[in-house]
Design a protein around this ligand. Structure first.
Ligand code: NAP
Length: 483
């Protein structure tokens, strides 16, 4: 990173163009770019801007949070240190820079319609704005709930996929959890609970008190429920293999029913698998698990993956507490690649203490004026409209692993340099001046470095642990602001 003192940047770093004296801006050679969102798509966008033969003079990385890295920090499971290593790569991108571009991290700056800083304010200050804000809304599960006498009752809370959320809902020995949705987030949850029960989270980012709690009561059973079949599985082979290995070592039990795989194997699904090597590998592994009686016998948390079941209602006790979830068995209907689950009229009840909804995410637009459809921006190779571009989940939908953002960001940066037919307005002044004028309390990369230093202080860490995150938002703010 070009070393700029954050508060002096606007005076020493780059040429500031003012509305009154702005030279014309070449649409194919942006001098200033703002990236909104500092998760993987934001950092890979930064990487390709910095490595372009004509890099911008200024790139600002704006985030509503005072800590960078988005889902790498907050979404990746706390025991997946290898995935979290992407933080080192991103640090190298921003701190290494390219020797000519001034890069700033502006944390604590929320952009949006209900916020003090609107998207139009950002657009006013840059040649190009790249939306990398991801998909922050969860797909919601709304089920009716009934008491034993059949009368309707307010549904007990459905929990988001997170340790804290589950614990706060209900603790207790042998807890049974039902998870709706069978993606990698659901697998993460199952694996962390299974490890917690066996006391093998020492090197993870899970906090001491949570490790203690998990060891004290432990999750008895956790079922991951997919409405469609095995060939439409959302989780990936690597993640499933992690749990399989644990089960092979007897540290958890893992069950997939062969009957579910057989019911999933219709003509269209088999055609879907043809030539799809990742899916072929995954089906092979799922079948291997289903046929391996040994992995069903492991001690600790009993994990099961179920297919072709869609939740229809919740049953409670007299007081309205969660008792069971009713599932309707499904069958697949529709053409290859577009199969839907349809009910069969056959139901089964599953006793459960906590119901978790883990059905993926969707984005919401930062400004209603932008073309937006199906939970993402409409775009042409990353170009949304005017000087606005997008990369990551808000561009392609909430799919893919961290590395998927590499090609995605590269495409968007390439598109920025192609220019647009839209007449560009003029660019007015330094965005940091604007923030100061508006009284927006932004933090800097140096602020994050202070937080990072505290979180990696040896005195806070268990043996083998890489980071012990600061929990309290006010504390993060205090440290980031150097108070
Ligand atoms: P996801 O992969 O989109 O999976 C969502 C699951 O919810 C699917 O099984 C989906 O089934 C189901 N679902 C959606 N709507 C439903 C409904 N109305 N009723 C019943 N089921 C429903 O979501 P995710 O697990 O939250 O993961 C998001 C992204 O992050 C994914 O790309 C994932 O790979 C990634 N991620 C990666 C890692 C890792 O690499 N370790 C870890 C965590 C997350 P249908 O297919 O039938 O819609």
């Amino acid at each position: 990173m070009l070393r700029l003192k954050s508060h002096l940047t606007k005076r020493v770093g780059y040429t500031i163009r003012c509305i009154s004296s702005a030279p014309p801006v070449s649409p194919t050679n942006p001098e200033s770019v703002c990236i909104i969102g500092s998760g993987p798509s934001g950092f890979y966008t930064l990487k390709y801007l910095l490595s372009h033969p004509s890099p911008p003079k200024i790139v600002d990385l704006v985030d509503s949070s005072r800590v960078p890295f988005g889902l790498i920090r907050t979404g990746v499971a706390p025991d997946h240190g290898d995935v979290k290593n992407a933080q080192s790569e991103f640090t190298q991108i921003i701190e290494g820079g390219n020797g000519s571009t001034g890069v700033r991290f502006l944390g604590g700056v929320a952009v949006g319609e209900g916020e003090r800083v609107k998207l139009s304010d950002v657009e006013d200050h840059y040649d190009a704005v790249v939306l990398c804000h991801g998909a922050s809304l969860s797909n919601e599960l709304n089920l009716p709930a009934y008491k034993p006498d059949g009368s309707k009752v307010e549904a007990p809370p459905v929990v988001r996929p997170g340790f804290r959320e589950v614990v706060e809902r209900k603790g207790g020995e042998g807890l049974s959890i039902t998870v709706i949705g069978g993606g990698n987030v659901s697998l993460d949850l199952a694996r962390v609970f299974a490890k917690g029960r066996r006391g093998i989270l020492g090197e993870s980012e899970v906090r001491d008190e949570e490790i203690k709690e998990m060891a004290e009561w432990g999750v008895g059973t956790i079922g991951l429920y997919n409405r469609r079949g095995a060939y439409q599985t959302a989780f990936t082979t690597k993640e499933f293999r992690d749990i399989y290995k644990m089960a092979k070592a007897g540290k958890t039990a893992l069950r997939v029913d062969l009957e579910d795989i057989e019911r999933s194997s219709n003509k269209e699904s088999l055609e879907e698998m043809e030539g799809n090597r990742p899916m072929t590998r995954l089906i092979k592994l799922i079948t291997q698990v289903a046929e391996d009686d040994g992995v069903k016998k492991g001690e600790g948390t009993q994990i099961s993956v179920k297919y072709l079941r869609s939740p229809s209602e919740i049953h409670t006790d007299e007081e309205g507490n969660m008792m069971s979830v009713r599932f309707e068995l499904q069958e697949l209907s529709g053409e290859k690649g577009a199969q839907r689950a349809v009910g069969t009229g056959v139901f089964e009840d599953v006793q459960t203490d906590v119901l978790v909804s883990s059905m993926g995410y969707k984005a919401s637009p930062l400004d209603q004026r932008l073309p937006f459809e199906g939970g993402r921006y409409k775009h042409e190779r990353g170009h949304v409209e005017g000087r606005v571009f997008a990369a990551g989940w808000c561009k392609r939908g909430p799919k893919g692993i961290v590395g998927t953002n590499i090609t995605d960001a590269r495409e968007t940066v390439g598109r920025i340099y192609e220019g647009t037919e839209t007449e560009r307005g003029e660019v007015g002044g330094d965005f940091v001046d604007f923030l100061e004028k508006e009284g927006v309390e932004y933090s800097t990369w140096e602020g994050w470095q202070r937080v990072d230093e505290v979180e990696r202080d040896e005195d806070r860490l268990r043996e083998g642990q890489a980071r012990n995150k600061i929990k309290d938002e006010d504390e993060i703010r205090r440290v980031a602001m150097g108070r």
